[in-house]
Design a protein. Structure first.
Length: 249
């Protein structure tokens, strides 16, 4: 059985990524493709528990030292406020390891198209650039956890950091929830995240395609479909050429 294809959607919080993910899943299934939709962090029971921890925390402050005379009190909500940047990164990759093992690799082995709302580029943008842990730190974990399992196509939804932050905070206000781990960060943090995504796209233009997200939802959807349709056509052509060479050989 031929290996499936791995497509990821990336972008800052507020870019409309999750909306476009749902629209793309529907479109690809209408085309008759076997699509395995998933997301990160999450996608598995373990991943969803890690997602809950991450969403319940507010980053940006250094961790408080533990007082030796104070007994440990696990599961206290305020403890979640003190996740260090490296803790955040390793939690993301812990969820990703489980995701790869249970969802992504089995689906690819079955020949399915895996469509994930975020994957490892998010770690490079958010923790490598946003948290300033640096690309070498993220790449070191990625080599261990992901190895050769990398996206075949990544669509990055790009928009100015100020607009992304405004949208993300507005969404949390409408939900009547307090700002999450990333919405609570400064504009400089979000500018670094955007710079990270654009740097990834410049380094790997064949895989990573950038779509402007400051357009109407329908226009963003149209452009994403165009990118994905072209990718699928090229993938099919490459497979036909390989099959032809095998027959001739």
């Amino acid at each position: 059985m031929k290996r499936g294809l791995f497509i990821t959607l990336e972008g800052m919080d507020g870019s409309g990524k999750t909306t476009q993910h749902g629209l793309l899943v529907k479109y690809l299934r209408q085309r008759g493709l076997a699509v395995r939709e998933t997301r990160e962090p999450g996608g598995t029971r373990v991943g969803e528990e890690i997602r809950r921890i991450l969403l319940a925390s507010h980053g940006g402050r250094p961790a408080k030292p533990v007082k030796p005379d104070k007994p440990d009190k696990p599961d206290e909500p305020d403890e979640l406020d003190e996740l260090a940047s490296l803790t955040e990164l390793t939690l993301m990759y812990a969820a990703r390891a489980q995701h790869l093992e249970q969802v992504v690799r089995p689906a690819l082995a079955r020949g399915e198209l895996v469509l994930s709302d975020r994957f490892n580029d998010a770690s490079m943008a958010y923790q490598g650039y946003g948290r300033q842990l640096g690309a070498p730190t993220v790449r070191a974990l990625d080599r261990i956890i992901c190895g050769p399992t990398q996206p075949d196509l990544t669509v990055v939804l790009d928009l100015p950091a100020s607009l992304a932050l405004e949208r993300a905070r507005g969404r949390e206000t409408r939900r009547r929830s307090k700002h999450g781990r990333f919405e609570a960060q400064s504009i400089r943090f979000h500018e670094r995240v955007r710079a990270g995504y654009l740097a990834i796209a410049r380094r790997d233009p064949r895989r990573v395609k950038v779509v402007r997200a400051d357009q109407p939802v329908a226009e963003v959807e149209r452009q994403i479909r165009h990118v994905v349709d072209l990718f699928l056509k090229q993938s099919q052509s490459r497979r036909l050429r390989r099959s032809s060479r095998k027959v001739e050989g």
